[in-house]
Each structure stands twice: as structure tokens, then as C-alpha cells.
Design a protein around this ligand. Sequence first.
Ligand code: GAL
Length: 676
Amino acid sequence: MTIRYGGDYNPEQWPREVWDEDVTLMQRGGVNLATVAVFSWARLEPRPGEYDFGWLDDVLDTLHAGGIRVDLATATASPPPWLAKLHPETLPVTEDGVRLAVGSRQQYCPSSPVYREHAKRLVERMVERYAGHPALELWHVNNEYGCHVSRCYCEVSAAAFRGWLEARYGTVEELNRAWGTAFWSQRYDAFDEVSPPSAAPSFRNPTQLLDFDRFSSDELLACYDAEVEVIRAGSDVPITTNFMGFFKPVDYWKWAPHVDVVSDDTYPDPADPLSTPYAAMVRDLMRSLGGGAPWLLMEQSPSAVNWRERNAAKAPGQMRAWSYQSVARGADGILFFQWRQSAAGSEKFHSGMVPHGGTDTRVWREIEQLGGELARLSGEGVGLEGSRVPSSVAIALDWDSWWAIEQPASPTSVAYLEVLFAWHHALTSLGLAVDFVRADGDLSAYRAVVAPAHFVASDAQVANLAAYAEGGGTLVVGFGTAIVDEHLHVRLGGYLGEPLRRTLGVWVEEFDPPAAPDLRATGGGEAPAVGLDGDVVGGSASGGTWAEVVRVEDAEVLATFTGGALAGAPAITRRATGRGGASGGGWYVATLPEPDALRRLAAAIVDAAGIELPEPIADGDAVEVVRRGGFVFAINHGAGPVSLRLAGADLLTGSEADGLELAPQGVAVVAVETTD
Ligand code: GAL
């Protein structure tokens, strides 16, 4: 096996003579995998039922002759205009009732049986024709499900939603109970009175909203599954579809078991200083979705994108540095959107591996360099690909909680992902590898599990978390957790509820965030933060924008709030639990300390959990250090050079790593002695 390298290849945008040059350049650039036909439906089926595969045969044969493998897309991501003309009801409708038009892409209603049938018919023909093609390495179903249209509010979707609800609840009484329709005269007498949560006068029913989120994710998954069924009937080549990092509309925990290999599209913004740690979190999610198995970076940009307000180019070396961040965190493939930068259409100003300026360009030179390096890293006896990233800490991630906590009329206005990111960043900046887990999953591999803002918690989830702590694990529960059950009914008798109340030795009486900022006084500045005091956060610190009244029953208070009505009240607590004795325990954190304080808190938690931090191999925070298999990756994201302290050979330069000076964006991949 080799590390995959390549990108989306759209030869139909170019004259035939360019294709041969493409293959020659791909060989020069070290490309070994091309994603073909992602947006080719209109070309493959120019008229209903009339297929034109000749050109695609030529593309696959040309690539094959050049030794390049193919990730063949099913081409169903963008239906041809004739589908909407024949079946206007396949066009999706927004929550405001606007029917979206053709002329862009992804203009299909996910619940439309007409769309699904046409898609399946095309996939059948593709499988018939290409299942046995020697270049075929991977099936790429559709593209970025839900990227533009993740929810449809049309009549067809409404009927499918009712069917989904009937299957979930059985009777309309049960739906009324789950949705709490005694409130605001929302009682339904029959399923056919129920609709998707389209634009409405005021707050829409929260459980209706949540169920529509779940339904919409499931409908997209059903589209994927329908294509997969067709492929599996005629091919045993592995199947993927490209995920989009932390993509709110689609519950990837549910999706991940349906793909043979997890693949991801990530476009960090070079102008955002937090892009690097945020991208690290995305890569860790991709590894976690596949249970630790290697995954593919299916798309990234060679340099600038064309869809931000300002499209910063990647700094020299940054594409390479971020690519290695993916490899370090478990990727066995680095691919781009797209191979040759388009000359026409909406994405002509999005960078390509072969830029408008051709090969005498920085972007091409960097593409060529990385391709050569990855080929060397895949060489005989190196053993990088397939290796795993060991991790003793995990963060619980939950789409229901993400959807529900960000609904209007929720207790916090905190963005779910920001809370997760704060914890991930704090833990990784200590040099730890961090996985994501489901709260009801197997937690036994971890010494510590953090459950921040896990707002929606089923009985199974709270029981699993509590059992983990009682069994000797270190459980950290952040504010906003276990407030409601899976129907969004409040867990009564004090927030947190049993069994977490017993495990953590605390409960929450009331939320009390600092008042919203007075925009006139602050000139539109930041929301005021609460103060914190406690050794565990390094003395006095800022506690971020959240606070609550914590009632301690059986726990040690490690930090208190300062200032205001909560002065002196508990903010961070810990109860030693179960078999773990001194190292196990249940922590409760009633706020989100500012980054430095959170990092100190994270250090105290992992110390108490008996997790040994790795020896720093460089001074300062600029170097990202990740251990994968028998390799340590060191990536310098800073502005100045940094020297390494690490024995072993750097596979990229062949030099001894100890004392090696890493330039900004510099990378070392060091083979180290390993005991596991
Ligand atoms: C992705 C998409 C690609 C391309 C790319 C541009 O979302 O899958 O087709 O549009 O973005 O950044």
C-alpha cells in the first residue's frame, strides 16, 4: 500500500489533448489517485435514459495506462437540468417556502423518490460498466451530502417526515407526549396534521426541530445507502463518501459505520490564527469516526479557495505543513480539490494543483515536492501507512446535543463547537492525542473522558458515563450537560440528575451567566466574563461567559467564582470515585475557563488521572507534535525557527532529528523506538 496522493479530476472541462498532459504531469507530481466524475451526470446522461460513457472509458483507460488509480464518483451530486424540467418536484424547498432553481448544483430534494430512482439508475449503469475496470480503487458516492441542501421542506419531504415520525413513535399520542404539545395548543390529532418546522410566528416546537434534524440526516443517509446497495450488488471495491469535518447538519456517528473508509474535505482558512488547532480537531474526529482506522483527506485546497469573503492564499509551505498534520493524525491519503484549476465556471478562482499559471509556479512546486515525499514515506519497510495514533483521552461528541443546545430558547447562548474546541485545544496543547467518542460507546480504552455541553443525554448515556467514573475512569462533565433527555424533556429534580449527581457529588440549581454586554458601554465589545479562583486554574483567572449555581453534596471544591452574586460559590469540583481511588473521579466544571486557565485545569485533570505527559521536544507552543505508530511528527506552525530535541532519524531529510532546526512551516517525521 502507498499513501494516496491526488485530487478531483474533471477532464470533461478540457479538450482531449490536455488529458495526456494531465497524466504526464500527474506522474511528475507523484499523483497516484484521481477522483473522477463527481459532477458528470449531465455529461454521462445528456437526455433521460440516454448514456454517453465513451469519454469516461477514455479517461479511465488513459489514467490506467499512466499507472494512476481511480476513485470513481457516482456522479449523482448534481442532477442535470432535464430532471427538474421533467420533475419540478425534485427541486428542494427552503424553510421559507422558496423552491430552489437549477443552474448551480445539488438541487435535489433528499426525500424525492424520483431523484433517488434516477440516481440509482445511473449508478447501476456505472457499476455495470466500471466494476471490473483495472484502475478502480474506490467508489465515491455522491459528494458532500447536505453541503448546500441538507433540509427540504417540500410536500414530498413533509410526507416522508410523517412516515419517519410514525415509525419512531407508533401513535400520534406518543408523538404528542414526546413533543410536549400540551404547550401552546400544539396537540396533533393525526399524523397528517404534522409538518416540517417551516418558518413560523415564534419559537417552533423544540422536539419537532430536533426530530427534523434527525430525519434530515437520516434522509441523506438513505440516499447514500440506496446507491451503496446498487454498488454492492455488482462490486466489492471499497466505498466512501466525503464528510465535511464537524458538519452540523449530518450526524456522522450514524453515517460512519456505512462507509468502508472515512474520507474528509477540510478547508482551513489561512487568515485565521486558530485554523491549525481547529483543523487538528477535525482530523482527530475523522480518525475517531473510523474507530482509529486510517482515513483519507479527500479534499483540501492547494492554496486559496474562492468562497470566503476574503480568500487568503496559503503561505509558502503551509499546504505541506497542514497535509502532514493530517498524516500525523491518521490520514493515509492527501487529495485536493482540484487537479487542474478551471478556466470557466464558479470555481475558476479556486486554486488547483496545476494552477492557471502552469507548472512554473510556487503551488505546482509544492505539489511536486509533497508528492515526492509521500512516495518516499510509503517506501518499502517504512511502515507509516496503516499505523495508529494511541490516545488515552477522549471528548464526548453528540449531534443531538449540538442541534438542541443551539436552538433558540435554550439556556446557553454558547456555541457547542466552541466549547468542544476549547477542551480539545487545551488537551492537545499539553501534547496529548485526543479521540472523540459517543457518550454511550465503549470508554474503557481511555484514562479520562470529557463530556462538555452534552445537553441531550439519554438514560443509556448518563448511565454509561457514570459507570465509567465509578469503574475508575476520570470523567469530566462540563456545564450544560444532561439537562434534557432525548425528547428534550428536562431531567427534573436538579440539573444533571441521577446517576451523575451521585457520581459527581453535585447538582445544579440555576444558570446564572453574566449579563449580556451593554453595547453602549463596551462599544460592542466582548461579553463580560466571570472570575475564577483556585489553584487548579492557576490562581485567579477568567471563567469565560458562563456561570451557574452549583450545589455540592459530596465533592471537593477546587475553584470558586469571584465577583458578583456568585462570589465564593463552587465553580469546579471533584469527587474521587470507585475503583480508581485517587486517580479516578468525577469532575464538574460549571464554566468554560479562558484558554490558559483551561489548559492548567486540563493539566491538573490528566495529572490526577495518572496520564503521563510526553516530554516536550521543542520550546514554545509553535510546534505541533503528534505520535503515530513508530513515528513522531513535528510541524512548526510558528513564524520563527525552532530546534528539536528528539533522538531518531528524520525521514524527510535523512538527518538526525536531535538539534534539527525546523524553519517556519517546516516538518520532521522521526522514526522513534516504540514499545507499543
Ligand atoms: C467542496 C466541494 C468541491 C469544491 C470545493 C471547493 O465543498 O466538494 O466540489 O466545490 O468545495 O472548495
